[in-house]
Design a protein around this ligand. Structure first.
Ligand code: SAH
Ligand code: DHB
Ligand code: MG
Length: 241
């Protein structure tokens, strides 16, 4: 039998280490704390990335010099603040969110963070917003963060690659789920969605990928990191770069 949850003492220890490193590296400030408090007060689920994970996204975006970022799944805008802070003044973050209430909370949090000028939240089912983006010939994104409903990850992944240029980094959250991802027979739609995305990545000759398991305040989970190396199957963006 697979062990599905971690003993509480493990979570307590992982959280202690998260807090230790948050203090060492600086992974929080009054603006981020206010965003978390406003999200909690509004009754949003507390499933945003952890502070250290937010800073990881921020550092990845800065490391690749991201100027255009796409986020799928805004919630209260916590990861959006981390990502948008990595942008130059003329950079742009587009974040897709289904729930108008989440989008309202995020809009207020981003305004308090002084980031309204570079962030746009588009409300609606992400598959529809992505379809429109693929049809429009906007410049490609430099970084895509996939973090909405896990059942749709295969679709989000395909759209992300279609909206990429060679060198784009695609990051997907929650790809381990306490180890459930390794269960080939799982009927959990979230696990099935992540596994279907992974099968596409495995066959996809346009990309180089890895996955990293994580423990911390959010428990045991992980990220997939996918670098788009070529987009030759969709030449629409290559002419621009
Ligand atoms: N990235 C956020 C957390 C996102 S939680 C952070 O770390 O701060 C997942 C979000 O995806 C929720 O707000 C949920 O409403 C949204 N979501 C769920 N299904 C969606 C869909 N079909 N289209 C767009 N967003 C969706
Ligand atoms: C859930 C969603 C997330 O994006 C996450 O990071 C953690 C949990 C969820 O839907 O339960
Ligand atoms: Mg997540």
């Amino acid at each position: 039998m697979t062990q599905r949850s971690s003993p509480p003492e493990d979570l307590a220890r992982w959280s202690l280490v998260d807090r230790y490193y948050e203090g060492i590296v600086g992974a929080g400030d009054p603006v981020l704390t206010a965003a978390l408090e406003a999200s909690r007060a509004a009754g949003l689920p507390e499933i945003q990335v952890s502070p250290l994970q937010g800073k990881l996204l921020h550092l990845l975006a800065r490391s690749i010099g991201a100027r255009r970022i796409l986020e799928i799944g805004t919630l209260g805008g916590y990861s959006a603040i981390w990502l948008a802070r990595a942008l130059p003044d003329d950079g742009r973050l587009l974040s897709l969110e289904l729930d108008p209430k989440h989008a309202d909370v995020a809009t207020a949090n981003l305004r308090r963070a002084g980031l309204s000028d570079r962030v746009e939240i588009r409300v609606g089912p992400a598959t529809e917003s992505l379809e429109k983006l693929v049809r429009a010939s906007d410049p490609a994104f430099d970084l895509v963060f996939i973090d909405a409903d896990k059942a749709s990850y295969p679709v989000y992944y395909e759209s992300a690659v279609r909206l990429s240029h060679p060198g784009t980094l695609v990051v997907a959250d929650n790809v381990v789920r306490r180890g459930d991802v390794a269960e080939a027979g799982s009927v959990d739609p979230q696990v099935v969605g992540v596994r279907q995305m992974n099968e596409r990545i495995a066959r996809d000759r346009r990309v180089s990928a890895t996955a990293i398991q994580t423990v911390g305040t959010k428990g045991y989970d992980g990220f997939a990191l996918v670098r788009v190396d070529s987009v030759t199957e969709d030449r629409r963006f290559s002419a621009e770069r």
